[in-house]
Design a protein around this ligand. Structure first.
Ligand code: IPM
Ligand code: MN
Length: 339
């Protein structure tokens, strides 16, 4: 049934980025529009290629401009020849930290290798603290007495808002279950803060079941028993690593989508596939656009366009193959067939 409500146009900043990023983002935008959602897009040329050309990673002016949009859609960043960290810290993490995108939500649905039944769980990764905060330094670099430290920052405020988000999400889901993943047996300071905060927030949600897994054990369960999970909450680095594994057991990283959320909505949230820029296949037209398309669906959820988001997810459910553009076209065809 067609809606009679006037359509809202959403203002979206698009950072295609490097490698396959622009290719997959073009398909994501095409699919959103085929789903009937109007986007007013502004393209920002940022990433490793831009940095190599004129040195800009993310200026204060560009950051301020990005902050004015309803959402940001990002493809992938990273180019061979740029030293590690320049683009990761200077662009992606700067956006996550400056826009206070404190939740990284990564849903996984699929059938793991060797299993017959599909699983469906979501990882809530803390996105502004932990080892990503950049605490540490180096002394006597390049000498035999070199010292490098890399700390992990865990604040009660940051941990609590992340855990509370995970419980609120679980409370809305059918299974109503949250698993804390950490390494409390070794990281006793940070782990204790996470566990106590988890236990305290859990008392506010008596309807939500709880569990705890050490991160190494969670790696086994992701492969051998992913059905045990509903919502997982974890710190920034564990979440980074676990979500690549989550992709690998859920149909491949080519399907893994993510939402970097500012749930307080004091600014735009950012949506991006979990995969990188894949320079080895860039420009060949063979990159799988489904992760970008599913990330755009997460963006639509956030923008209040859940009906279209659900339709896009449904259209991505049946097998599809072919070139990047052919896959995008096929998803559009399925969507338009259902409108
Ligand atoms: C991710 C990526 C990033 C991260 C990199 C590119 C900084 O691996 O989004 O998972 O580590 O968070
Ligand atoms: Mn990662």
């Amino acid at each position: 049934m067609k809606s009679t409500a006037p359509r809202v146009t959403h203002r979206v900043a698009v950072i295609g980025g490097d490698g396959i990023g622009p290719e997959v983002i073009a398909e994501a935008l095409k699919v959103v529009r085929a789903g009937g959602v109007e986007l007013d897009t502004t393209f920002f040329d940022l990433g490793g290629a831009r940095y190599l050309r004129d040195g800009e990673v993310l200026s204060d002016d560009t950051l301020a401009a990005l902050g004015e949009f309803d959402a940001i859609l990002l493809g992938a960043v990273g180019t061979p020849g740029v030293p590690p960290g320049v683009i990761e810290r200077g662009l992606l993490l700067k956006l996550r930290f400056s826009l206070d995108l404190y939740i990284n939500q990564r849903p996984f649905t699929g059938t793991a290798p060797g299993h017959t039944q599909p699983h469906s769980f979501v990882v809530i990764r803390e996105n502004t603290e932990g080892s990503y905060a950049g605490e540490g330094g180096v002394l006597r670099k390049g000498t035999v007495h070199e010292v490098a430290t890399q700390g992990s920052v865990n604040t009660r405020f940051g941990v609590e808002r992340c855990i509370r988000y995970a419980f609120e999400l679980a409370a809305q889901r059918e299974r109503k279950h949250v698993t804390l993943v950490h390494k409390t047996n070794v990281l006793t300071f940070a782990g204790d803060l996470w566990q106590r905060t988890f236990d305290a927030v859990a008392t506010e949600f008596p309807q939500v079941g709880v569990a705890y897994n050490h991160v190494d054990a969670a790696c086994i369960y992701f492969v051998q028993d992913p059905h045990r999970y509903d919502v997982i909450v974890t710190d920034n680095l564990f979440g980074d690593i676990l979500t690549d594994l989550g992709g690998a057991v859920s149909g491949g990283i080519g399907l893994a989508s993510s939402a970097n959320l500012n749930p307080a909505r004091t600014g735009p949230s950012l949506f991006e596939p979990v995969h990188g820029s894949a320079p080895d296949i860039a420009g060949k037209g063979v990159a799988n656009p489904l992760a970008a398309i599913l990330s755009a669906a997460l963006m639509l959820d956030h923008l209040g366009e859940s009906a279209t988001a659900d339709a896009i997810r449904a259209a991505c459910n049946a097998p599809v193959s072919g070139s990047t553009i052919a896959v995008g076209d096929e998803i559009c065809r399925r969507l338009q067939g259902n409108r």
